[in-house]
Ligand binder design. Structure first.
Ligand code: E4P
Length: 218
């Protein structure tokens, strides 16, 4: 399973990269706004900075919601760097745009996916990645992770090669459950990735090893 970081924060992207386990980055307009990056030119420069840090796929989302606008914007985004993946919303014109980007050999990530039916359409349209939003479904008191299993079942049965990118990940348990449910990729905040490191028995065990080593050395 690939690990992507879900942020536009350059320091966090660098920190995750230094861990040596980072395969890519996802962003969205809200994450860009959180970093205070505004205006098309600054946003594109920021994507370039992200692509200079990470060699893997970097999702950059279109703002347009009409077919022509999405294609124009997607082509511009794809020009920024070879590792840009154009993120397209799950709407009618988005499906048409996924088909067109596929013909143009531009990688895509179909975002805002909340049902297996939407994921089926995205795969049929040739999306490189599909992004089911786990945390936002959990927020509605439904079990978001069931969606990953459902999509995995549909894609496996039908032989689609669209990669399941588990998004809206909130914690380490989400990451492990997404792995168990068959996600190809998880995109996570840095804190969720780092939470996988933590176990009290690891801390207690290490302290004891170091204590015994120090005692023996006396
Ligand atoms: C990533 O591609 C998504 O935009 C992101 O994971 C959404 O996460 P959120 O639900 O925490 O905003």
């Amino acid at each position: 399973m690939k690990f992507f970081i879900d942020t536009a924060n350059l320091a966090q992207i660098s920190e995750a990269k230094e861990l040596g386990i980072l395969d890519g980055v996802t962003t969205n307009p809200s994450l860009m706004a959180k970093e205070g990056v505004t205006g098309k030119s600054n946003i594109y420069k920021h994507y370039k900075k992200i692509c200079d840090i990470v060699s893997g796929d970097v999702s950059a989302e279109v703002i347009s919601t009409d077919f022509a606008g999405m294609i124009k914007e997607g082509k511009e985004l794809a020009m920024i760097s070879d590792n840009i993946v154009v993120k397209v919303p799950m709407i009618k014109d988005g499906i048409k745009a996924l088909v067109e980007f596929n013909k143009l050999e531009i990688k895509t990530n179909c975002t805002l996916v909340f049902s297996a039916g939407q994921a089926l359409l995205a795969a049929k349209a040739g999306a490189t990645y599909v992004s089911p939003f786990i945390g936002r479904i959990d927020d509605m008191s439904w079990t978001g992770m069931n969606l990953i299993s459902d999509i995995f079942e549909v894609y496996s049965m039908q032989g689609f090669d669209t990669e399941i990118l588990a998004a809206s990940i909130r914690n380490g348990l989400h990451i492990v459950d997404a792995a168990k449910a068959g996600a190809d990729v998880v995109t996570c905040p840095l804190d969720a990735i780092l939470s996988l490191l933590k176990h009290p028995l690891t801390d207690i065990g290490l302290a004891k090893f170091l204590e015994d080593h120090a005692k023996a050395a006396k």
